[in-house]
Design a protein around this ligand. Structure first.
Ligand SMILES: [Fe+2]
Length: 167
């Protein structure tokens, strides 16, 4: 069943969930990278773990400011690893098809989050949208078999690095 966007009671609740899912996302994709036997595919999972890490880092200051950091970050990291088991059991292209189908719901969630974000947090909310779009583009490129799936991920990471330099 296609995932649908969740709704949250407040901006803080939405931000807390997004922040937590970037933390668990990093360990989720790292676990997939560790068990993927094909180096090219493992490299894609590794890039996703890096993206989640960088996005998490961009959100962290606001998570502290809003008081929405998870109480037990280690437990969140472990949950990401545990969740990876479902996808580790599936063929790679099936996982790409799930991402293509389900991840647009996150774009909707993050767009709603951006709409409610305080002005100062809007760039961080935009990063959430952009990282999800890059990940979906990766899955679609992989499924097409014609484009380089790493390209949208590299472009996002390059932009993030450029933005950090400008701060
Ligand atoms: Fe993410």
């Amino acid at each position: 069943m296609t995932a649908s966007a969740r709704s949250f009671a407040s901006f803080e609740a939405a931000f807390a969930k997004a922040f937590e899912e970037e933390i668990s996302g990093e360990t989720f994709f790292a676990a997939l990278a560790e068990t993927e036997p094909a180096p090219r595919r493992a490299a894609l999972w590794h890039k996703l773990a890096v993206i989640e890490n960088r996005t998490d880092a961009a959100l962290r200051g606001f998570a502290t400011e809003f008081g929405v950091s998870p109480a037990d970050e280690t437990a969140v990291q472990l949950s990401g690893r545990a969740e990876a088991a479902d996808w580790q059991a599936l063929p790679f292209l099936e996982v790409m098809a799930i991402m293509d189908r389900d991840y647009p719901a996150y774009v909707v969630e993050f767009t709603n989050l951006l709409d409610r974000a305080p002005e100062a947090a809007k760039p961080a909310a935009q990063l959430l949208i952009d990282h999800e779009i890059a990940i979906i583009a990766m899955a679609r490129a992989e499924l097409s078999g014609k484009e380089d799936p790493a390209a949208p991920l590299d472009a996002y990471l390059a932009r993030l690095a450029g933005a950090a330099d400008g701060l």
